[in-house]
Design a protein around this ligand. Sequence first.
Ligand code: TIU
Length: 221
Amino acid sequence: MIQIAAEPFAFSCPVKKLGLVVIDMQRDFVEPGGFGESLGNDVSRLQAIIPTVARLIAGFRNAGLPVLHTRECHRPDLSDLHPAKRDRGSPKLRIGEPGPMGRVLVAGEPGVEIVPELAPLPCETVIDKPGKGAFYATRFAEVLQARTLTHLVFAGVTTEVCVQTTMREANDRGYDCLLATDATESYFPEFKAAAIDMIVAQGGIVGWAAPTAAVLEAIDG
Ligand code: TIU
């Protein structure tokens, strides 16, 4: 068994049943000129976690445990983009419009790519998702089942949007989920803190939380 020192209590997991899910570490969210900035956000907070996410990914690869990546993006014909998502708010650029990194949040465009420091290996799963959660309108559920994983560590951005949504979806599907607290970030520090508090409250109502060092120490052993 792997034992990770975590909140609200130790996270126990059979060896080889643990996977790492890295959510949406894309240029569109962490670099200027992309979707995140078009919504009015300062992206520098998100850039700062890249080295920590890289350490977490390296630890899983070294331990022979799977790393799965997600990207929020839409088909080039935008047939999977609901008007409700396209028309929400007053962004500088809407999804599908051309920006400095290509069409915003459109598959195949430079902005959708995962940042080079965290590039997936050819053998690693990359799930393209049109929603905030990774299970909606994707093969994510089938991929996890095929790998017979039961426990998931989560990293990526943003904590209270795509990360928390996916953790909640996974929790409802019977996965034990742990959030790596320093390998996730939000444009709003108070939302990150609140999301972590919500996850671990009530005896881990959504899951567990632990720093990257605690995860790496456990999977290294
Ligand atoms: N805006 C924001 O905080 N997040 C997103 O739109 N997507 C993800 O979290 N990936």
